[in-house]
Design a protein around this ligand. Structure first.
Ligand SMILES: NC(=O)c1ccc[n+]([C@@H]2O[C@H](COP(=O)([O-])OP(=O)(O)OC[C@H]3O[C@@H](n4cnc5c(N)ncnc54)[C@H](OP(=O)(O)O)[C@@H]3O)[C@@H](O)[C@H]2O)c1
Length: 259
């Protein structure tokens, strides 16, 4: 599997220069280049207080998410988002075709992360065999879940209480040759990756809605603690389409922190 040149996705000069950085970055580290894609409301919420699946973005944004997914070797999702949104993490036929022409598998590898491992094998993702599924979890996963999942996915279960994110990324890079990883959230997972300086790029859509609510999560979830260090971003691309704004931020790594 090779990294895809996202200039095929968005041919602006700024995103082209980002690509070469991406390729260099992925090659020079022992982990994939990690790109997170989120949509937020104008007041910074990613969902409502009940964490219900809410559809607050345009068709253009959905296409944007698909394109980001299509440009990656693997797509990563946190257990809660998988459960709540019940997504397959597939691609429309035309994007599968594009991947095929680029010499890639038709769909990216699908990666699920859960500490507890109580993952329901009846979720839609396990009913579709468009690409391999890899689950990173712990030996806390109950036997019945292990039994049900092991025919549908490859399980990486650690003895530790929590999945080590850096180790997970190294495994994806070394064992599965993942050069670019599309992280589709949710906010708890995004924050955990951010805390360990493991995010390289953030694609952020700002949608023309406001939800309010102190208990509706923002991009970094509901954790009211400050991040260990403030994260600096540089804006590398911005597009507005009708009432939505599509931003691409490069995350600035603190010297020596990048793994
Ligand atoms: N607007 C957007 O762009 C967007 C994008 C994605 C999601 N969302 C929304 O976000 C909501 C869910 O967000 P969330 O923050 O509650 O959940 P999440 O980040 O999707 O998932 C959290 C769960 O994932 C597992 N997990 C997360 N970080 C982990 C780590 N470091 N190590 C091991 N496991 C880890 C744990 O699973 P276990 O509990 O099984 O241990 C954890 O409880 C949903 O409503 C979804 O619709 C919105």
């Amino acid at each position: 599997m090779s990294s895809v040149n996202p200039s095929k996705v968005d041919a602006t000069p700024s995103s082209r220069s980002a690509v070469s950085e991406r390729d260099v970055g992925a090659a020079s580290t022992n982990r994939p280049f990690v790109v997170a894609t989120f949509a937020i409301t104008a007041d910074g919420k990613v969902t409502t207080k009940n964490f219900e699946p809410v559809d607050f973005t345009s068709c253009e944004d959905k296409l944007h998410l698909f394109r980001q997914r299509a440009s990656a070797d693997a797509v990563l999702i946190g257990h809660t988002s998988l459960e709540r949104d019940n997504v397959r993490l597939g691609l429309p036929a035309d994007l599968q075709e594009l991947r095929s022409k680029r010499g890639q598998s038709r769909s990216p590898i699908r990666v699920i992360i859960s500490n507890k491992g109580r993952i329901d094998e009846r979720l839609k993702i396990f009913q579709s065999d468009i690409s391999p599924i890899i689950v990173f979890s712990t030996k806390r996963m109950p036997q019945e879940n292990r039994k049900a999942l092991q025919t549908k996915a490859t399980l990486h279960l650690t003895d530790a209480k929590h999945v080590d994110l850096a180790v997970m990324l190294k495994t994806l890079r070394n064992q599965y040759k993942v050069g670019t990883l599309a992280c589709e959230g949710g906010p708890t997972l995004f924050r955990a990756l951010l805390e360990e300086d493991l995010i390289d790029q953030l694609n952020l859509t700002i949608a023309p809605h406001m939800f309010g609510g102190a208990t509706a999560p923002t991009l970094t979830g509901l954790n009211n603690k400050f991040l260990p260090a403030s994260v600096q971003c540089s804006l590398i691309n911005m597009r507005t389409i009708e009432n939505e704004c599509f931003l691409i931020y490069r995350i600035k790594h603190q010297r020596g922190r990048r793994k």
